[in-house]
Design a protein around this ligand. Structure first.
Ligand code: ZN
Length: 123
C-alpha cells in the first residue's frame, strides 16, 4: 500500500469514528481498517483453522495411528477406548491456532480430555 492510499484510509477511518458511529457500514469499515492494521503489524500472526471439527476420515486415521489408546494420560495410563466413546483432541489447542490436522490430533479418553480442557490457562 502506498503512502497516499494509507493516508486516504486513515482519513476515512477518522471520519467514521466521528460521524455515524453506530451505522452498520461504519462499524464494518472500522473493523476492516483495524484488522488490516493489526495483521500488517503482526504479519506472522497465525489465524485459527476454520475447520474445528475433525472429519470422519481424519478421526479414523488418528484412531488407528494411536492404536485406540488415550494419548493425553492425565486421568489414565493410556486406557484403550472404543470408537463410540473417545474424543479427538487437538494437541495444540484449536483456540490457540492449532490446526485441525491428523498430525495435530490425538486420541483422548473422555475423562482426560475434559480434564485437559479445564487445565488450559485462560489467556
Ligand atoms: Zn486418558
Amino acid at each position: 500500500m502506498d503512502a497516499d492510499t494509507a493516508e486516504a484510509e486513515w482519513v476515512s477511518y477518522k471520519e467514521k469514528i466521528s460521524h455515524s458511529t453506530d451505522a452498520q457500514d461504519s462499524i464494518r469499515a472500522r473493523l476492516d481498517f483495524l484488522m488490516r492494521d493489526l495483521l500488517s503489524s503482526f504479519p506472522n500472526l497465525p489465524l485459527k483453522d476454520k475447520q474445528r471439527e475433525f472429519t470422519h476420515l481424519q478421526k479414523m486415521a488418528i484412531f488407528r495411528r494411536d492404536q485406540q489408546t488415550c494419548q493425553v494420560k492425565i486421568k489414565c495410563d493410556g486406557v484403550r477406548v472404543v470408537w463410540d466413546n473417545w474424543h479427538c483432541d487437538h494437541k495444540d489447542p484449536w483456540s490457540k491456532a492449532g490446526p485441525t490436522t491428523v498430525e495435530n490430533g490425538q486420541v483422548a479418553c473422555p475423562a482426560c480430555n475434559l480434564s485437559k480442557g479445564a487445565q488450559v490457562p485462560v489467556a
